[in-house]
Design a protein around this ligand. Sequence first.
Ligand code: UDP
Length: 614
Amino acid sequence: MLANLLHSDFGLFAGEAFLALMLGGALLAVRQAVLGKDGPRTRLDLTGPLTLLALLLLFVRPQSGPASANLPGVLVPAALVYLIGLVFGYRPAPWVWRGIALFVVGLIAAQYHGVRIATLKVPFAESWVELGAVGTVLTALWLALFAGLFGRAATIPGVPAGVAALGGLTFYAICRLREDLTTPEGAFFALMLAGACLPQVFLAQHLRRGGATSGGYVIGFLVGVASIIGALKNTALLVAVVPLLIIGAPLFAAYCTYIADLRGSWRAVAHARRLRHLHEILLEQGYSPRQVLQIILGGTLFLCLLAIVLVLLITVSFVIKLLAILIAAVAGLTLFYVVLRMMPRPIQSAEGDQPLSVSLLGVKVHAVTMPQALAQAEKFIREDTPHMIVTSDASGVMRAVDDPEFRDIVNRADLVTPDGAGVILSARLLNIPLEARCSGCDMVVGLCGVAAELGRSVYLLGGAPGVAELAGKKLQEQFPDLRIAGCRDGYFKPEDEPEVLEEIKRTRPAVLFVALGIPRQEKWIREHLEELGVPVSVGIGGSLDVISGLKKRAPVWMQRAGIEWLYRVAKEPSRLPRLAALPRIVVLTFAELLRAPQPVDSADSIRQSQENSR
Ligand code: UDP
């Protein structure tokens, strides 16, 4: 049975694919050995020659794959495409010139190498149309389109090789699923291409941005060839869906950009001519090249799977296929949007060392990481004038949405740190680049570190009797230089308040921690801020209970996964009603998204939210 399998088409193809992988890997290893693992990043694009070399070595092997005289010939026009890529890489020219050059190579491939769209299936009918000379022109256009688009997508090294690898595997799967409609040459070529391209995704990280264009042209050209010899000749429109879907994402993005432009003015469109592709928009929005590669390959994988499903549905009615495409499009776009927004992006700071202030559902939040928040607090302490810091979690934001007085207090605070997964989630959905969360507990520890370093003291107010003292001791164990100006529980009577205020004023701490629960602590701080004159006053909720050791904090992995709230509710079921804030913030965020579509440009969105928060 094994012998049968090995001698079957599948065995042969699997062996060839393995060989292609090994070959690609070996070439990669040679390159690494020559340039070193962390060797100089190069502008010289090796993906094109490596792909061609891998394919050439496979084709010259006797009896490898189905006999096909014209396949090795594909490599000649592909090499021409590489030269075109090189020339335009060194001497950039308008896209029309590049298009014409690629079109001419497409004509050569169609005319002399037999890679040709010869027939086309009539939609909704079983008849085929012989294309004749039109087929040659169509082929040239098709190949030029693929080469051009992949060349452009090569701004992010790894995109052409990755998309070609996934596309090649998809073509192969389609050929195997519908052997009656496809050709063995097509299946073979698609698998070879996938094998040759897959290892190069890893090579790509050694290329500088923009250095991979010529390889992108070659790979795009080869994907175009694979789509034609694989199935297009026979299944015409059906398989055309696959590459169109693969390149559809950038085209869709370009279309959206146009629409966005059109909302402005016609003149602006004429001036800007911003036909940007998806990856270009993503880079502008602050995603790293690595993230863009992940996004594009993820999207491609989704589209490839959809293409395979469509092939499986080939015999069902057109209406059902259309429905499947519609459902997949809506689900895919929603998923794409959510994944995109969830990906962390570096926080951009506003002018100077001022942290960027954004508006989340009308409530102010600063886009700061913990070190940035602490640097800001240190500045406040050095200025020695009263400042208020708010740590804002989902329930805090929801309360601010409902309670205008509390909202006003938060919006007037000098620093509002994002605390909690709900806030980060909502911000990211709204295209506001908040990064890690600054939890209340970490804030207390961090601020104590700052105070200790500056030789200043902190005052702990709040919690049940004895808790603040216990927390103070723990903090002093961690920071031996820390001075505790005073401790006071949070259950003092109204008539004792003047005494509490007097004590704080007298001891002159640099930081006043107030743990009375949201929103009481913030209201209390606002009311007494100027009178107390403490440089930094911050509401910290139940942090003293945790720091004192009376309550356990969620394990680090839960904090990292953003599900600390789950742990707190499991420990204290009475907190369950507060959980309502999480679904509420998500629902309100989506409502906000539907009400006001976010600008394409994140800089625009930040500017807008800054204006809103003023
Ligand atoms: N608290 C207080 N005085 C009060 C009410 C509450 O000191 O009158 C304390 C309470 O002991 C607890 C903290 O305030 O330590 C509130 O904790 P919770 O976890 O409810 O606050 P959150 O972080 O959720 O705002």
